[in-house]
Design a binder for this molecule. Structure first.
Ligand code: 1GP
Length: 243
């Protein structure tokens, strides 16, 4: 089970390394290159999804599942990004926003499909933090991120998410964010919740990855940096697993 392995690692003070594949940014012909890089670096989890992707998720998931044993987890930006072939799904509720479709509407629409698919559904409180530049997730979700200096709002939002029963809390600066989630905010949220804390968005250097780990992130998500340089995977994994 994906959630229980994240919880196990978190409870023993270990970090989880998740790599995000956005099928829009990886032309299908590059898939062999991606698979080779993934097999060699072997992250703990592969997330598949993005803000805009349409129709390609299932094909990418299938190829990944046919070629490797690393758990493949959907990270859906929309209802068009579901696949019964994945191992699990981050069932994201965008709790920093006030868009009812992303709080409950899409969940109602997808619940029957998910129930019959049998994939592991992982209830996740998704919190968007201002990342220094407009991100696709902000535009596509039509929600306002929490300002990066409003730590107390992020903490209260994460606490509310946990109280609502979310099994994971995800602090997201947005893919390609200029500024990642501030360390002070990561630490404050971590101190106030019991469930594992995911952090992603703009973690594109070893120093930023290390800082997020030091601050208290339990799961580190890297997408863009790896898309630019697959060699970074090994380096980031070493840092994340050194904790
Ligand atoms: C975005 O948190 C993820 O949803 C990853 O962000 O692409 O900036 O690494 P990056």
């Amino acid at each position: 089970m994906i959630l229980s392995s994240i919880q196990r690692r978190t409870n023993s003070g270990k970090k989880t390394f998740a790599v995000l594949i956005d099928p829009d940014k990886f032309p299908h012909e590059n898939i062999i290159r991606i698979i080779t890089a993934m097999e060699s670096a072997s992250p703990d989890i592969i997330l598949v999804g993005g803000s805009l992707v349409a129709g390609k998720v299932d094909a990418v998931v299938k190829v990944l599942k046919e070629s490797m044993t690393i758990p493949v987890v959907l990270f859906p930006g929309s209802l068009l990004q579901l696949s019964p072939n994945a191992d699990g799904i981050l069932f994201l509720s965008l709790i920093s926003g006030r868009n009812p479709e992303l709080l409950i509407g899409n969940h109602v629409a997808s619940a029957p499909f998910l129930k019959t698919s049998g994939i592991e559904v992982i209830s996740t409180g998704y919190i968007l933090i201002e990342g220094g530049t407009a991100t696709s997730v902000e535009y596509m979700s039509q929600t306002r991120p929490i300002p990066a200096n409003k730590t107390e709002i992020a903490v209260a939002t994460a606490m509310a998410g946990e109280m609502l029963g979310k099994k994971l809390i995800y602090l997201e600066a947005g893919s390609g964010a200029r500024e990642h989630v501030p360390q002070e905010m990561i630490s404050a949220v971590k101190k106030n919740i019991e469930v594992p804390l995911i952090v992603g968005g703009g973690l594109d250097t070893a120093q930023k990855v290390e800082d997020a780990c030091q601050a208290g992130a339990d799961v580190i998500v890297v997408g863009n940096a790896f898309e630019k340089d697959m060699g970074l995977l090994h380096h980031f994994k070493r840092i994340i697993h050194s904790f």
